[in-house]
Structure formats: C-alpha cells, structure tokens
Design a protein around this ligand. Structure first.
Ligand SMILES: C[S@@+](CC[C@H](N)C(=O)[O-])C[C@H]1O[C@@H](n2cnc3c(N)ncnc32)[C@H](O)[C@@H]1O
Length: 351
C-alpha cells in the first residue's frame, strides 16, 4: 500500500493560483466547451468517466488532464456515479446564457489571445501594439478580421450574441420616446438596430459600418424582414459625413475602442449631424468613476488597450460624460442596467 504523507497547508491560496496560471484555467474552460463536456453533463448529469471519454473521443491521459482541470476549477463535480456540471455552470444553461458563454470562449480564444501578449508593451507605449499580431494592414482589428472569413464569423458570432443580450437592456432602459430616426455609429451586424426597430414600430435605424460588415448586416436585416426600416450604409465613422436626417445618434460598444481625443472626434461628428434638441445615446459596459471595478470592466479592457483600435478601455461613466459636455452636449443622464450580467449602462445627452 502507498503511504500518504499529511498535506502541508497551501502556501499559495487557490485564488492567487487561478490568477497566476489564469491562462491555463481559461484553456480548460475552452477545452470543456469545445469538446462538448459541459453540454454532455447538462444532457446526462452523472455520466461516468469512461462514458465521458468515449463521448468526447479522448484517450486515457487527455481525459485525466481534462477532468483534473475542470474539477479543480470547480466547473465540474465528481459524484458517486460520475460527473455533473457545477451549479454555476448549470445555471448558465438554465438561464439561457450558454450560447453567450460559447461565443465569449470563441472570441477570447481566437480573437483576443494572439494580441494580448503585447499588453504590457501597449501600456508602456500608450497604444495598441498588439494589433501587429493580426495579418493585414487594416487600421483596426475589425478591418483586419473582415479580411478573414473564419475570424469574421467567430467575431460577429460573439459580438451579435453579446449585443443580443445587451439589446434587452437597451430596450428595457433606453428612452426612445422622442426618437424617430436613429443613426447607429459602427452598428456591427445590425443586432442592436434590429432589436430597436423590432421594439419600436415607428422608428427607423441607419447602421454605419465598414464594407465587409455592411454585407453581413444587410443579410441579417433582410432575414429579420426589416429592410423597410433598417438601412445599412457603408462609411468611415471618423470621416464626419454622417448620413443626414437623424434625431438620435447611438454609439453601442463603440467608444471603448478609442483614446479620449478620438472619442471627442466621434461625439463631435454626432453632435454636428444632429438638429437642436437631438439626442445622443451611449450603451456600454462601464467602469466605476474611481476605476476600482467592476471586475468584468477591468478584464474586458486589455483587448481595447492592446488590440482593437488605437488604444481604449472600458472608461468610467464620468469619462464619457466629460467628453459629451466638451463637444457641446447638455442634460447628460446616466442609467444603470441593473439586472445585466455585465456592467452595462446608458448615457444620454441632448444637443
Ligand atoms: C465592438 S464592435 C460593436 C458593434 C455594434 N455596435 C454592437 O454593439 O454589436 C465595433 C464596430 O465598429 C466598427 N468600426 C470600427 N471602426 C470603424 C470605422 N472607422 N468606420 C466604420 N465602422 C467602424 C467595426 O467594424 C465594428 O463592427
């Protein structure tokens, strides 16, 4: 019989281990998602070890590694018969958030990771040095992804899923009572435009986007049967010649891509395009004004600092509000989307 020595107390607490080796923790989560482990355990709680190996097509050693990781991270629990998803994972399935989890894993694995090796360098340089890790010479990661059909698919699956969740907050908390024609600046695959037009039958939305994304957005608008009220227009959001005739300009998950001086340029273009009394609306995840949280805003920021545009972050409420006032907006109002799983908020202001 093997003699087992008593364990000394852990020198490094689990939380610190998870942070120090966090990359590995993510890779276990990713493997569990991509191999279908969590799906299997949700379908068949209590699946025995050998059955998991057979269903996932894993040999003995890889199966040991995977189960070691996901149980140690408490994503999965061992029972007398086999394995079950931990409650936190199960809750994501029953709460209808599993598609979002899968989309976030795809985004982190294929879009974020390559550029994040340059995070420290990007902080030093106050610029998105990590963009160099993506093929092409497009000015932003979005321009570069749009040249690669596979990555474009991964990114907009994530962005569309994320925005579909966020759109529920916009519909619930956003005030569109005085909006008839909305301009959605960098509106992506039109998920947000479709949601707003769907919820407000008198409203028309124009999405402004880069060429390859325009094709994607037009297809989605057509599938939603909203072609008469949602238009998708090709253009550069920094060019300043925004389409005319809108009473509301909307920036959704847009301003966090840029440094503050570029944000003022974008907000300034929105201001010029609006009539007196016209409104601007920002929907984004927000940091607190003291920059001490929340964790989601912190952990989502490195991608914008190191990769996305010219260097950005999930700014605080106050950061956006200051810029709005500087370009001439007034009656600035903030609304927290309180039941959001992300720290989403809405800021509106009037010209
Ligand atoms: C983070 S995504 C947000 C998309 C959308 N607003 C949403 O919430 O789903 C940023 C979008 O801005 C677009 N974008 C970035 N730079 C742009 C530019 N110079 N002109 C037009 N669109 C741009 C990108 O193509 C991308 O779809």
């Amino acid at each position: 019989m093997t003699e087992v020595q008593p364990q000394p107390g852990s020198v490094v607490p689990d939380a610190l281990t998870t942070v120090l080796l966090g990359h590995n923790a993510f890779q276990f989560t990713r493997a569990g998602v991509e191999l279908g482990l969590f799906d299997l355990l949700e379908r068949s709680p209590g699946t025995p070890r050998d059955r998991i190996g057979a269903e996932l097509g894993l040999a003995e050693r890889p199966l040991d590694i995977l189960l070691l990781g996901v149980t140690s991270l408490r994503l999965v629990e061992r029972t007398d018969d086999g394995y079950v998803n931990a409650k936190a994972i199960s809750d994501l399935f029953t709460g209808g958030h599993w598609e979002l989890v899968k989309a976030v894993v795809g985004f982190e694995a294929y879009v974020t990771y390559p550029g994040l090796v340059d995070f420290t360098e990007s902080l030093r340089a106050d610029s998105n040095i990590g963009l160099r890790r993506y093929p092409g010479d497009g000015a932003t990661v979005y321009h570069r992804l749009s040249e690669d059909p596979e990555l474009l698919k991964v990114f907009y699956h994530f962005m569309g899923t994320w925005s579909a969740v966020a759109s529920k907050h916009l519909i619930r908390y956003g005030d569109f009572s005085s909006s008839r024609r909305i301009l959605d600046v960098g509106g992506g695959d039109a998920t947000m435009a479709i949601a707003v037009a769907g919820a407000h039958p008198d409203v028309e939305v124009t999405v402004l986007e880069i060429p390859k994304v325009v094709d994607l957005a037009r297809k989605r608008v057509e599938e939603a049967g909203l072609g008469d009220r949602v238009k998708v227009v090709e253009g550069d959001i920094f060019a300043g010649d925004y389409p005319e005739g809108h009473d509301t300009v909307m920036y959704v998950h847009q301003l966090q891509i840029w440094p503050q001086d570029r944000i003022r340029v974008l907000l300034g273009h929105g201001h010029s395009a609006l009539p007196e009394g016209g409104r601007v609306l920002i929907l984004n995840s927000m940091s607190e004004d003291d920059y001490d949280g929340p964790l989601m805003a912190a952990l989502a920021s490195p991608f914008f600092a190191a990769v996305a545009g010219e260097g950005g972050m999930l700014y605080s409420w106050e950061g956006y509000e200051k810029s709005l006032k500087e370009v001439g907006f007034d009656r600035v109002r903030r609304t927290r989307c309180t039941e959001a799983i992300t720290p989403h908020g809405i800021i509106t202001a009037v010209k």
